[in-house]
Design a protein around this ligand. Structure first.
Ligand code: PGA
Length: 252
């Protein structure tokens, strides 16, 4: 029996957004301060250049700020990289690790993702650890096998419900407008829950499992109602306050 966990709706801005984009966060904060109080936590993960700016805008509001990636080390000769400690210092409370775009564009393996999640814990950040199958893997009937392998390899042994969020993002659903059926989402989330409980016991029962991949206002209510879906990781539809609010409202 799944525990009652507070949902998390997280926006992943990817490589989008400049300082002027803070108006979207201001608009979202205004909506969150209105009459409708959604029963979920709200997070925005902008590019690292905007973490401090958005943290200032979100100050005192019910919006947390996070990073999209971090290096496993705390500091050192790693040109262009950003550590979990730096994100924390800039105002982040969360960091996404192992997003499929990082796995594909930067050759990140489960081992690297796990080291990054450990770095997040070290810095006091919540790690949002992403897993998901490609279309070929899905067509070959390998979805659950791929997900179990990624979970095993990417989640540190010390993961707890407080420090860790799992995001299931089928690679073929990201940015494509295509989504799995509710039944398919239910099957994968149930398998993830089972794997988490087996490995982490009671912590695994409470760990949040987000669904990500083409979540939008029109499909959010249906997807968020699926058992073991404890929120969403949203790309494109998190960039505009109105769209993001439409998704958050699934929890109103
Ligand atoms: P999307 O992206 O909502 O634009 O499909 C989701 C993600 O990659 O986190």
């Amino acid at each position: 029996m799944a525990a009652r966990v507070k949902a998390l709706v997280a926006g992943n801005w990817k490589m989008n957004g400049v300082r002027a984009s803070k108006k979207e966060v201001t608009a979202l904060a205004r909506k969150l301060a209105g009459k409708t109080k959604p029963a979920c936590d709200v997070l925005i993960c902008p590019p690292a250049t905007l973490v401090t700016t958005l943290k200032e805008v979100a100050k005192g509001r019910k919006i947390a700020i996070g990073g999209q990636d971090c290096h496993a080390k705390q500091s050192g000769a790693h040109t262009g990289d950003i550590s979990a400690e730096m994100l924390k210092d800039a105002g982040a409370a969360y960091v996404i690790v192992g997003h499929s775009e990082r796995r594909a564009d930067h050759g990140e393996t489960d081992k690297i993702v796990r080291a990054k999640a450990e770095a997040a814990y070290r810095a006091g950040l919540v790690a949002i650890i992403c897993v998901g199958e490609t279309e070929d893997e899905r067509d070959a009937g390998q979805t659950l096998k791929v997900i179990r392998t990624q979970l095993k390899g990417s989640l540190p042994d010390g993961a707890t419900a407080k420090t860790t969020v799992v995001a299931y993002e089928p690679v073929w659903a990201i940015g494509t407008g295509r989504t799995p059926t509710s039944d398919d989402v239910a099957k994968v989330h149930a398998a993830i829950r089972k794997a988490l409980e087996k490995r982490f016991g009671a912590e695994g029962t409470k760990m949040r499992i987000l669904y990500g991949g083409s979540v939008k206002p029109s499909n959010a209510s249906e997807l968020m109602a699926v058992p073991n879906v404890n929120g969403a990781l949203v790309g494109g539809a998190s960039l505009k306050a109105d769209d993001f609010w439409g998704i958050i409202s699934a929890y109103a």
